[in-house]
Write a protein that binds this ligand. Structure first.
Ligand code: RRO
Length: 301
């Protein structure tokens, strides 16, 4: 390896390298999150948790396609109390943990942020973007709602607040949301969540997922994620974390050129294993050899 300094800062959160576990994949238990950190991740984002345990949708909850996965899990999670225990297990290792939360009301977001902070999370990620959750999926498309939640949570939170935005190909609309999130005190923007999608079985002539519709992740969505990072980078000064289809070092470099300070990886684990994080950093080494990591960020502009 060359002497690249892999550590990056997302605002005040320092991570040992720019790869993070994306929310929703293996982020439900302390044991799994520890294993991901062992696989080289710079940090982990938990599964999104709500105020109380939730079972999620009936199966099938995941379908594989040639270019990625379609999921409709339905926010299954153990609830904030249980997640706090799991976060404490990960924090024993010193790894960076970002607590992802969702809520039905602003007060729920506020309360859970407080609990995440008490648990020792390094930052909070507000999930304003599940593509198939009723009501919740609209928050991140609505500039005023996104502003309101970000403002109220940021005011009370004593750790940084990252805001995860949905895929919205109405670019002027998502830029409005991004600007409002920054104005409201958001410390970073994560983009994108999965993209609305579905699978239909030609034999039974029925949708495959229990929830009928879901969200697509994996290589197919990388060009969409890149565009969103590229566009948002033009209008905000807070760091951006790119998510969507990162499976190689080249993918990470491309996201950084578009303007991301770090990337999150989820579906890629299915193809490249638990240590995809280490592999991505190693592969990026060849490209970075005599370049400073931070100088890459946004240099495609
Ligand atoms: O749990 C889910 O079904 C889910 C969530 Br919360 C999310 O943010 N994105 C996604 O694709 N699935």
């Amino acid at each position: 390896m060359s002497d690249i300094k892999w550590s990056v800062s997302i605002g005040t959160v320092k991570i040992r390298n720019p790869t993070l576990l994306a929310s929703g994949v293996l982020g439900q238990t302390g044991a799994n999150m520890k294993r991901v950190l062992k696989g080289g991740a710079g940090g982990v984002v938990t599964k999104s948790v709500g105020p109380r345990p939730k079972k999620g949708y009936a199966g099938p909850t995941v379908v594989q396609t040639p270019c990625g996965l379609i999921n409709a899990m339905g926010l299954p999670n153990p609830g904030i109390d249980d997640m706090i225990r799991e976060i404490k297990i990960v924090k024993e290792t010193g790894g960076a943990v970002i607590g992802s939360i969702f809520g039905g009301k602003v007060e729920e977001f506020e309360k859970q942020s407080q609990r995440m902070s008490e648990a020792g999370a390094d930052a909070i990620e507000l999930n304003l973007s599940c593509p198939h959750a009723e009501n919740l999926s609209t928050i991140g498309h609505d500039p005023d709602m996104a502003e309101d939640i970000t403002k109220k949570v940021s005011k009370k939170a004593d750790i940084p607040v990252w805001v995860k935005l949905p895929c919205n190909t109405n670019i002027s609309r998502i830029l409005k949301v991004a600007r409002k999130v920054e104005k409201a005190g958001g410390d970073a923007i994560t983009v994108t969540n999965t993209i609305p999608a579905m699978a239909i079985d030609a034999e039974s002539k029925k949708p495959i997922l229990g929830n009928k519709v879901g969200g697509l992740s994996g290589p197919a969505i990388k060009p969409v994620g890149l565009r969103l990072v590229y566009e948002i980078y033009r209008v905000v000064d807070i760091p951006i974390i790119g998510v969507g289809g990162v499976t190689s070092g080249k993918d990470m470099v491309e996201y950084m050129l578009a303007g991301a300070s770090a990337v999150q990886i989820g579906t890629g684990i299915m193809w490249r294993g638990w240590n995809i994080f280490e592999k991505v950093c190693e592969e990026a080494t060849a490209y970075l050899e005599d370049r400073e990591l931070v100088n890459l960020i946004g240099s495609a502009h």
